[in-house]
Write a protein of this length. Sequence first.
Length: 536
Amino acid sequence: MKKHGSKMSLNSLRGSATYMWDTSKTLGQGATSKVYRGRKKISGEEIAVKVFTSAGQMRPLDVQLREYTVMRKLKHRNIVELLAIEEEQGTYNKVIVMELSNVGSLYSILDEPKNAFGLEEEEFVLVVRNVDDCTNFLSLRDSLVLDIDDHEIVSRLDIGIYFINIYKLTDFGAARQLEHEDEQFMSLYGTEEYLHPDIYGKAVMRDVGIGAFDASVDLWSLGVTFFQTATGQLPFRPYGGRKNKKTMYEITRSKEPGVISGVQKTEGGEIEWSKELPQTCRLSSGLKTLVTPLLAGLLEMNEKKKWSFEQMFDKVDNITRKSVVFVFSATTWMSIRIYIDGDKKLSKFQDLIAEQFDIAACEQLLLFEDDLFTNVVDSLTPIRDYPTSISISNPVLVFMKHYFDQKKFPIPIMLDFPTFGTQINVGNDYQLAKFCCSIIYFYLWSVKRFHSKQFLVKESVHQYINQLHFLCSKTQTLLDACNKVSADQHKLYQVWYRLHESNMSLQQLGLDVKKNFSLLQSMKGIIEDTTVEKME
C-alpha cells in the first residue's frame, strides 16, 4: 500500500473494544481500505489496523468476509499475523488488527533513493526466499492470492543474533480458496501493473473475448514483483505510464517467450525488448544467470510453456539453497559469486569459474590465504565443506598459469542527471531531485565496488608474490640438493674407481676376486640409488 501522511488532530483517534488507532498516522492505503498505526489499550503494544473505506464497505458481504476467513486460517512466518477482528466503536464496521511492520513495505524500501536500481544481492535473495516460502505454504492450502505486489509485502526486522528482515504477505482482500485444482474464476482484483495480461484485458480493457483464469495468474504477479525487486523498475512500461492502457496491454500480450521486459521510451515509439536484466541491476553475474530464467518462466504467456507453481518452487530452491563461493580475478578485474550445489566438487567449481571468467580449468591457478587452493581443499571436498572464511573481502583468487589477453579496465556505468526546468514546479522538482539522489547512491555503490576491487588487486599481487617466492625458495632448495648430490656422487665414483683398480691388481696377482667384484657391483648400485633419492 502506498505511503500517505496526514497532520495530527484532536479528532483523529478511533478505537474498538481492545485497540485504538490514530487516523492521522496512515501507514498505507488502497482502493478499499486504509491502514493506520495504533496501540493495544492495556499494554501499549504497537499494532496496525486495517479500516475499510466506503468503497470497501460496499463490496458484497461474502467478499468482505472472505478476507477475515482466509486470514484466520493462514498462520505462517511469512504471513502478517492476524491479532484480532473487532468492530469500530460508533460505526460498528469490522476492522482487522495485525502485527505492525517496523520497517515498511517492499514498496517503501524500493522507493528509497539508495534502492532505486534494485536491492543488493543478499536482500534480493531474502525477498525471493521469503515470498516463495509463503507462496508454497498458500499453494499447499489451495489458496489463490490475486493481488501480489510490492505494496502487499511488508518487512519486519527480526532482532536476534543478527539483524535480518523478514518479508511477509499482508493483504488477502482478493484471496480465494480453491475448491478444485483446475477451478477458474471470473472475479477481478489486483494492481494494474502487476496483473496477468488476461486479467488486465478483462478488468481494464473490457475485452469480452477473455474467459476465466486459474491460479497461475499469481505467477505473473510474482514475476513482476521479483523483476522490480531486482531492478527498481517495472518490467513493462509504456510511454506515459498507467494512463497508456492500450500500449500496456499490447506490450504484455505481444511479448515473445523469454522476454522479461519491454519499455516504450517515446510517445508512439518502438518497444525496447530485453531478455536480460539491465546493467544497472546490482545482482552479480552469477545470480543473474539463475534469476533471468526464473523471470522468463514466471512471465510466460504461451499456454504450452506456462509454468506451474511446482516449477517455480524448484527454480527458487535451486537459487536460494545453493552454496555461494566468492571469487576474484585480478587479470579480468571481476569479482564473482559462484552459486553452486553444496555436494559438488572442485572440478565443477572450476567449470563455473571457466564460464564466468573465460579461463579454462587447466589454465587456472587458484590461491587462498597465501596458499594454493588445492592445499586447502582436495578435489573430493564438497563445496559445503569449503572454509567458512571465504567471503567477499577474502575470496578465492584466480590467475592464469600462462599467457592471457590483457583485459581493458572496465568502463563504469555512467548515468545522466535529469535536467530541471526553468520554472519552479514543486512536484516535478521533488521527483527530479529524488532521482538525482538515486544516481548519487548508485555512484556511491559503484565507487565502493571499485575500491574493494582495488584492495583485492593489491591482495592478489601480494599473494602471487608470496607464492612465487615460496616456489623459488623450493626450487633453490632442490638445486642445492642436486649440487650436493652431484658432489657426493663424484666422491663415491672416485672411491669405486680406486676399489676397481685394486681389484684389477688382485686379478693380476691371480687371486680369487669373484667375491670382491660382486661387492663392487653392489656398491655401484647403492651409489646410483642414493643419487636418485637425493634428487627426488
